[in-house]
Design a protein around this ligand. Structure first.
Ligand SMILES: [Zn+2]
Ligand SMILES: [Zn+2]
Length: 127
């Protein structure tokens, strides 16, 4: 049984700290915590692969946006769009890999966090 609740008495990194850590921007305290907390370390790793996927995506102008893929995963798109994106994913190894990532993501990396991450990334790349 490894699914203990998050409030196990330990002070874990906040979402923002996790994102910063995934970016390689980590302070002493966070680093110290990560060394002894597999849970936070795993989240940082998940965020990092998500960031890498996002980075790759920026070169694929024809692909649906990550927002759209997230909506697709959650079934929030119109039926026509769902079909369109399903068809694209079937033909696009990049997007299907990203869908895998989105589907297996830690519950912590929820929609809100994901769009935060996306905004940070996009503003950084848009300069
Ligand atoms: Zn932790
Ligand atoms: Zn694609």
């Amino acid at each position: 049984m490894d699914e203990e609740p998050l409030d196990d008495g330990a002070t874990h990194l906040t979402s923002l700290e996790l994102i910063a850590a995934a970016d390689g921007d980590v302070d002493e305290a966070a680093l110290h915590h990560l060394r002894q907390c597999p849970r936070c370390l795993q989240r940082v790793a998940a965020l990092r692969s998500l960031q890498q996927a996002l980075r790759h995506r920026l070169y694929r102008a024809l692909c649906p946006s990550t927002d759209q893929l997230v909506d697709y995963c959650q079934g929030l798109l119109s039926p026509a769009q769902q079909v369109l994106i399903a068809r694209h994913i079937a033909a696009c190894p990049h997007c299907s890999a990203e869908i895998d990532l989105l589907m297996q993501r830690d519950p912590l990396i929820d929609r809100l966090l994901l769009s935060d991450l996306l905004n940070v990334r996009l503003s950084r790349y848009a300069r």
